[in-house]
Design a protein around this ligand. Structure first.
Ligand code: GLN
Length: 486
């Protein structure tokens, strides 16, 4: 078995036993990148020398007696998360030359643990999209079928893991951007509860929705990564000052799901759900029942408002967040003679069509004449969505659903139809609006492409969703399948 195909926990065992060094492991991942990256395009930038330098440092730390689960492990970091001294673009030309002078808190924590950063993974521009086709640089391809999208916006991170170009990665999820690409690429992805993980150093999209989370080859790796990411940060006042459980210990509490109540939201099994996906998800739910879980139908009656509410609130927040990119403070500057013309030219050249569309939508929803009709109304319906979830979680421990209504689609098939693209998020956006956490875990194939089961938990329910996913995963082999890339 090649070193690049190891999971984090398997690689860690080998590092501990002295069978391999981080330099060897990192070298293997870099070679893999050199072989497949031209086809996949998972990264915006790869920092080869820096990665080897970090690997040498990790080996020295180990030689001097240090040991922890991420020491010497090569990871990819979504390019919407800032890394000190390493270009960070958020997938946008407007930040094409931006080199941050600081680390995001999540990155700082991984660095402290001794992880190795191999590169910055591709993303839709400012994380706005569901396919990574809206990247300002290049699209990423799905390692399972190179003519299909990897999902988005963390498509680079998901594809990198599926193609063995990293052992794990960070993504961000505003409306599904970790879970949906994880589902499309056959890997595991966790959206933590809002406030569980610091957003300091995350380039903002929708500030009340954004969360950083892990993408990984299996559930145990995701639990390891999350245990480093989670926790209070004095630099982000929205982080929760709640104790961080031992996720790795928690997932291994027993090998069945007896006593677990699993809700199946009836509204998630109608309309646009593709038949092949539905069959696979139903089979996964049967498996949970076999493992001892009690399956009950639940209702989230306001589900149909999820997409409209999400696209009002997220664009409103984005329009405010993106006003800082004006050619003065960061990145690109297109001189227009006077101040206004410089703003205009910089944004015209630096921002892509989807980002411009969202700035216009959000500005409109916040404008004086329409604020009450759109933004305020959306906030009120958001409360209803949250109440739907609270009511459901009064009777069940977790809920399960498809992650997306279909498998990965063809590159180019939705990019000119924003509404079709937005609808791919129908099963994921509500969770970000309502609060709570979610995981996507591989559960089969439809149309020869991976399908992910979404397991949804209440606020701070990371342990229970991870454990449900882990027990399920232990009895299946979906997560061990690899695309035949070469
Ligand atoms: N696809 C959704 C959007 O385009 C979600 C993006 C995300 O989670 N960052 O906004």
């Amino acid at each position: 078995m090649e070193l690049y195909s190891l999971t984090i926990h398997a690689a860690q065992d080998k590092l501990r036993r002295g069978e391999i060094t981080s330099v060897e492991l990192t070298g293997s991942v870099l070679e893999r990148i050199a072989t497949v990256e031209e086809k996949v395009g998972a990264y915006i930038s790869v920092q080869k020398e820096l990665a080897l330098q970090m690997a040498r440092l990790a080996d020295e730390r180990r030689a001097s007696g240090e040991d922890n689960p991420l020491l010497g492990i090569p990871l990819g970091i979504k390019d919407a998360i800032v890394t000190q001294g390493v270009p960070t673009t958020a997938g946008s030309r407007i930040l094409g030359n931006y080199v941050p002078p600081f680390d995001a808190t999540t990155v700082a924590r991984l660095r402290e643990a001794g992880a190795v950063f191999v590169g910055k993974t591709n993303t839709d521009e400012f994380t706005m999209g569901s396919s990574t086709e809206h990247s300002g640089f290049h699209p990423t391809r799905n390692p399972w079928n190179l003519s299909r999208v990897p999902g988005g916006s963390s498509g680079g991170s998901a594809a990198a893991i599926a193609a063995d170009e990293a052992l794990g990665a960070l993504g961000t999820d505003t409306g599904g951007s970790i879970r949906q690409p994880a589902s499309f690429c056959g890997v595991v992805g966790v959206k933590p509860t809002y406030g569980r993980v610091s957003r300091y150093g995350l380039i903002a999209h929708g500030s009340s929705l954004d969360q950083i989370g892990p993408l990984a080859k299996d559930v145990e790796d995701a639990a390891i990564l999350l245990s480093y990411l989670a926790g209070y940060d004095r630099r982000d006042s929205t982080t929760l000052n709640a104790p961080v459980p031992n996720y790795v210990a928690d997932i291994k509490q027993g090998d069945n799901l007896k006593g677990l109540k699993v809700g199946v939201p009836q509204e998630y099994f109608v309309g646009g759900l593709e038949a092949g996906v539905k069959t696979v998800i139903r089979a996964a739910i049967d498996k949970l029942a076999e493992l001892g879980a009690e399956i009950v139908e639940v209702s989230l009656p306001n589900t149909r408002y999820g997409i409209p509410v999400y696209y009002i609130i997220s664009t409103a927040e984005a329009s405010a967040n993106l006003s800082r990119y004006d050619g003065v403070r960061y990145g690109l500057r297109e001189d227009g003679g006077d101040m206004w013309e410089t703003f205009r030219q910089t944004r015209k050249v630096g921002l892509g069509a989807e980002v411009k569309r969202r700035i216009m939508l959000g500005t409109y929803a916040l404008s004086a004449g329409y604020y009450d009709a759109y933004y305020l109304k959306a906030q009120q319906v958001r409360t209803l969505l949250r109440q739907d979830f609270e009511q459901a979680f009064a009777t069940v421990d977790v809920m399960v659903s498809p992650t997306a209504p279909d498998v990965a689609f063809e590159i180019g098939s939705k990019v000119d139809d924003p509404l079709q693209m937005y609808l791919t998020d129908i099963f994921t956006v509500t969770l970000n609006l309502a609060g709570g956490c979610g995981i996507a875990v591989p559960c089969g194939f439809a149309d020869e492409m991976p399908v992910g089961l979404q397991i949804i938990g209440p606020a701070l329910g990371e342990s229970v969703i991870l454990r449900t996913a882990y027990v399920y995963e232990q009895t299946t082999e979906w997560h061990q399948q690899k695309p035949a890339l070469l």
